[in-house]
Write a protein that binds this ligand. Structure first.
Ligand code: HPA
Ligand code: ZN
Length: 353
């Protein structure tokens, strides 16, 4: 049998997978931040990449959000958003990511003076190119900032209505505690009647009751994070029964101190309750780990076995917004990647699918 822990990185790299919880603004690496600051004549508070990285020491979600929103100040043109997104997609290709559903925060950019269209066009151009060049399929999820009021969210929804062909779903992010899903009931109702799907961050720092609200009041198809659902067994059972997946982000949770140690990560408790769990990177440039790093870190901490890693990759397709036919195609691709891996690594003891 394959050694657990470090031995898993080859196997993890060989698994085709989807990433479903990824803030494109959170992929802004310090090097690109500097380049864009120079190009757009924006003054940064830090003078070097090293200084920026030193500032990335967070005690909680708000600590991170303050720095993350500051970083977005260098993004100004369609080309900037294209380059940001393409840099992520180049990495995604190397990580064996075959499908991605990316979040963006239009309200942050509009406050920075960047029109909605500029942002969406830049992201869409990169995603189309990656589809052609790398065969990576994708969709875009527009998030409302929950620290702002619902009236502003309704205004952004109007902008989004013009880009329905490109934007698949709406989401909810930013400071969670004190900004419950119930605050956004009207805008989510409006979005769903416009034909958008819905997701929401819930239960990262907020209580399990926010996860319940997101399902009951916002009609979400997935919960982003959802960690605190483990404190409520009846809720776990409901997530399992309704097949509402969680898009979990282990390295983010560690860096924002949602969990103390990945050894305590509630993955197996959720999975054995029947919850569809997926792994994701959230804001990889700020947390220091892309998708495979998240799989590896959790695999090391919990000594995951190949079968569990297979389930996580498979869940990433099941939980996506792809059609049943496309999901089935990707699951077949996953199975054949495992067979190929088993054939070329016969001593690892991987069972072929
Ligand atoms: N939680 C809430 N808002 C966010 C996050 C997160 O993990 N990442 C970027 N915006
Ligand atoms: Zn997030």
């Amino acid at each position: 049998m394959l050694e657990n822990g470090h031995g898993m990185s080859g196997f993890i790299g060989a698994l085709p997978k989807a990433e479903l919880h990824l803030h494109i603004e959170g992929t802004l690496e310090p090097e690109l931040m500097f380049k864009l600051a120079e190009r757009n004549c924006v003054k940064l508070n830090q003078r070097s990449v090293g200084e920026i990285k030193k500032a990335y020491n967070f005690h909680n979600l708000q600590d991170f959000l303050d720095i993350y929103y500051e970083g977005t100040g260098v993004l100004a043109t369609e080309r900037d958003f294209y380059e940001l997104c393409m840099a992520y997609l180049d990495r995604a290709k190397l990580q064996n990511i075959v499908h991605v559903e990316i979040f963006f925060d239009p309200q942050t950019h509009m406050r920075n003076g960047v029109p909605f269209d500029i942002v969406v066009k830049g992201l869409h151009r990169a995603l189309s190119e990656a589809r052609e060049r790398y065969g990576i399929s994708s969709s875009i999820i527009m998030c409302f900032l929950r620290h702002l009021d619902e009236g502003q969210a309704l205004e952004v929804l109007e902008e989004a209505a013009r880009f329905k062909r490109w934007i698949r779903a709406v989401g909810l992010d930013s400071s969670e505690v004190g900004n419950p899903p119930s605050k956004f009931r009207k805008v989510f109702d409006a979005a769903r009647s416009e034909g958008f799907l819905a997701v929401a961050h819930a239960g990262e720092e907020g209580p399990a009751s926010y996860v319940r609200q997101a399902i009951k009041l916002l009609g979400v198809s997935r919960i982003d994070h959802g960690n605190n659902a483990v404190k409520d067994p009846a809720l776990m059972a409901e997530l399992a029964r309704r097949r509402v997946p969680l898009t979990m982000c282990p390295i983010s949770n560690l860096k924002l101190r949602v969990v103390k140690n990945l050894k305590d990560y509630p993955l197996r408790r959720l999975m054995s309750s029947g919850v569809v769990v997926t792994l994701n990177s959230d804001d990889p440039a700020y947390f220091g780990g892309y998708l495979n790093d998240n799989y590896i870190a959790l695999s090391d901490a919990l000594r995951l076995i190949p079968d569990e890693l297979y389930t996580l990759a498979r869940n990433s397709f099941e939980a996506s917004f792809l059609s049943d036919r496309d999901k089935a195609g990707l699951v077949r691709r996953l199975d054949s990647a495992i067979s190929d891996y088993a054939l070329s690594n016969p001593t690892d003891g991987i069972v072929r699918r």
